[in-house]
Design a protein around this ligand. Structure first.
Ligand SMILES: Cc1cc2nc3c(=O)[nH]c(=O)nc-3n(C[C@H](O)[C@H](O)[C@H](O)COP(=O)(O)OP(=O)(O)OC[C@H]3O[C@@H](n4cnc5c(N)ncnc54)[C@H](O)[C@@H]3O)c2cc1C
Length: 184
């Protein structure tokens, strides 16, 4: 779909190169787009070095790992379910609107309640339901929602004896990638 294609990129802000949007692409499309961008960057580097005579090192060459299936695909255990679920929840929060409508805010409160209701780990679900009552979703905008979710996840981390996550880093972890460029 043409309109889908244009949404599959988010601006990279570097010499007009666009960075593929991971959450809108399947792995194959994403790596293909990365390759195409790498080729564009190589061409640009070669043009720059031809015009300036300078050696230009590509800083955009992505490392692409081949995914080799070494495990059978099995139903999720509690840990895998938790990890995957947190990934979905934090990513949804990261892409939640900056200025949500009243309806979107209501929908988000309902989404969290329904997600918890159907979460297929009964004691996790019961526990999280209590936490939602004590601390309902803060849905004013994506930053506030992300911070709320980070705090909720930290409560579960503490309960399970895991280290707390630094919520100042939540946007780097779930939306923008680390500042050192390791996710670019
Ligand atoms: C709603 C919910 C309730 C759960 N309740 C229980 C329970 O009661 N008992 C139980 O045994 N398991 C529960 N789980 C599962 C548990 O939280 C973990 O997901 C599971 O133990 C696997 O942990 P993990 O160490 O792989 O990292 P996870 O806790 O799954 O975290 C995944 C990744 O998220 C990032 N992260 C960690 N903390 C934060 C944060 N605060 N904010 C943003 N990002 C963060 C880190 O990069 C981490 O690697 C629950 C899961 C969910 C989604």
């Amino acid at each position: 779909m043409a309109s889908q294609q244009s949404e599959d990129f988010s601006p990279h802000g570097n010499q007009g190169i666009k960075k593929p949007c991971r959450t809108c692409s399947d792995f194959k499309t994403w790596t293909t787009n990365l390759n195409q961008n790498a080729n564009v960057q190589e061409k640009m580097n070669s043009q720059i070095s031809q015009s300036t005579g300078a050696e230009t090192k590509s800083s955009f060459r992505p490392t692409i790992h081949t995914v080799e299936k070494t495990f059978p695909e099995c139903p999720l255990d509690r840990q895998q379910l938790g990890r995957n679920s947190w990934s979905v929840l934090h990513t949804i929060a990261a892409y939640y609107p900056e200025t949500p409508t009243v309806d979107q805010q209501k929908d988000m409160v309902q989404f969290m309640a329904l997600f918890t209701k159907f979460y297929p780990c009964t004691d996790c679900s019961e526990d999280f339901k209590e936490r939602l009552i004590a601390n309902p979703p803060a849905t004013q905008n994506n930053s506030i929602l992300s911070q709320w979710l980070c705090a909720m996840h930290n409560e579960v981390n503490v309960k399970l004896g895991k280290p707390e996550f630094d919520c100042n880093l939540v946007n780097q972890r779930w939306r923008n990638g680390w500042k050192d460029g390791s996710c670019d």
